[in-house]
Design a protein around this ligand. Structure first.
Ligand code: ATP
Ligand code: LTN
Length: 334
């Protein structure tokens, strides 16, 4: 029965071209969860403006991200796909929750500390505040589970703290959500510096592979990926580059680490790298073709995000009204 399914909420920012880190750490996982759960997958454009965005590019990337969700296999009939700015309750709930979140808590967020270092003097208040908006996203839908990569764990813990605080201060209002971090692919590392997370905003483009990279670019970037001089395909912390390529291969093909080790035993890296590249090409090419088709059919994408916004508005308004009532605001109508 539809009603008894647990609820999932997750989102990605349309703030740049998506990498295989976003795909393997987030989207590929969502595809597996869609039958078992009632899922809300959001294009979080309000989050994207925490750093400056070019309006035309933001519009393009927002639609492209929606197309990627669908092309990767998320069924828009079964799940609620929507664009965050179409649902005003997110901004409103974020303001309310701001008043139940402490400055000190936000100051401890490592992603803020990292990003603020990178952006120097031009740090928007929104960048500091962004985990509260993320908490609002999740809590408005009474989500049970939030599938994300490892880097979002701290934000999820904050979401739980805010929910518990509000519930305790008034009365149970929010479901306290759990994170859902995949065993495999939760942290794909930079191909040039495997001590760093693969990120679309890295300076060296050889460090990341984009979902929309062409087969030749994928092959070139994998062949240039940093490994080591040991020459053995082994899943070991002493070989972070090889370990990262193994985790990419395993997440894409489903092969276990021990099977990968056996297959390439005594062979060096050339054939292994070649197979990693081909596995990625095979995985991504059909997605890319479908994204390009979908982007030609803007009317279809519009029907999807309109239907998604309608459902998301209905559900989020219910929680927002509950919050307002508990806080002590006078309802405009009963
Ligand atoms: P940026 O790199 O610009 O800070 P991002 O790539 O982290 O941004 P987000 O929109 O913040 O992009 O992330 C969307 C989702 O992708 C999150 O669930 C995040 O955990 C996941 N993700 C991002 N990078 C990786 C990665 N390298 N490995 C696994 N998952 C990742
Ligand atoms: N902060 C997340 C993106 C995000 C999100 C969410 C993820 C915004 N709202 C709600 C899960 C649930 C990030 O990946 N930077």
């Amino acid at each position: 029965m539809e009603e008894s399914k647990k609820i999932i909420f997750s989102g990605i920012q349309p703030s740049g071209e998506l990498t295989i880190g976003n795909y393997l750490g987030a989207i590929k996982n969502w595809v597996k969860l869609q039958d078992e759960f009632d899922c809300f997958f959001c294009v979080v454009d309000l989050h994207a403006i925490t750093v400056r965005q070019e309006p035309k590019l933001l519009r393009q990337r927002t639609l492209e991200l929606l197309a990627i969700y669908i092309a990767a296999g998320i069924d828009p009939e079964k799940n609620t796909l929507f664009i965050q700015s179409h649902v005003p309750a997110h901004s409103e709930a974020a303001w309310l929750l701001n008043c139940y979140t402490y400055f000190g808590e936000l100051g401890r967020m490592t992603q803020f500390k990292d990003k603020s270092k990178r952006f120097g003097d031009n740090i928007a208040a929104g960048l500091f505040d962004y985990p509260v908006l993320m908490a609002a996203d999740i809590l408005l839908y009474q989500a049970d589970l939030v599938p994300v990569g490892v880097d979002q764990k701290q934000h999820l813990e904050l979401t739980r703290d805010i929910a518990e605080r509000f519930n305790k201060l008034y009365s149970p209002t929010f479901k306290v959500p759990d994170g859902y971090i995949p065993e495999n692919g939760a942290k794909i590392m930079d191909l040039q510096d495997p001590s760093k997370k693969m990120s679309k905003s890295a300076d060296n483009a050889n460090g990341f592979i984009l979902i929309m990279d062409s087969p030749d670019v994928i092959r070139k970037k994998i062949s240039r990926a940093v490994t080591d001089s040991l020459g053995a395909v082994k899943f070991s912390d002493e070989q972070p580059g090889v370990k990262n390529l193994m985790s990419i291969l395993s997440t894409v093909t489903g092969m276990s680490y021990s099977d990968i080790e056996k297959k390439y035993e005594g062979q060096g890296y050339a054939g292994f790298k070649n197979d990693v590249a081909e596995a990625l090409v095979e995985e991504l090419t059909p997605i890319q073709n479908r994204v390009n088709e979908l982007l030609k059919d803007k009317a279809y994408l519009e029907t999807i995000y309109k239907a998604g916004a309608e459902k998301a508005n209905y559900i989020s308004q219910k929680t927002l009204r509950k919050m307002q009532k508990k806080i002590g605001f006078i309802p405009l109508s009963k």
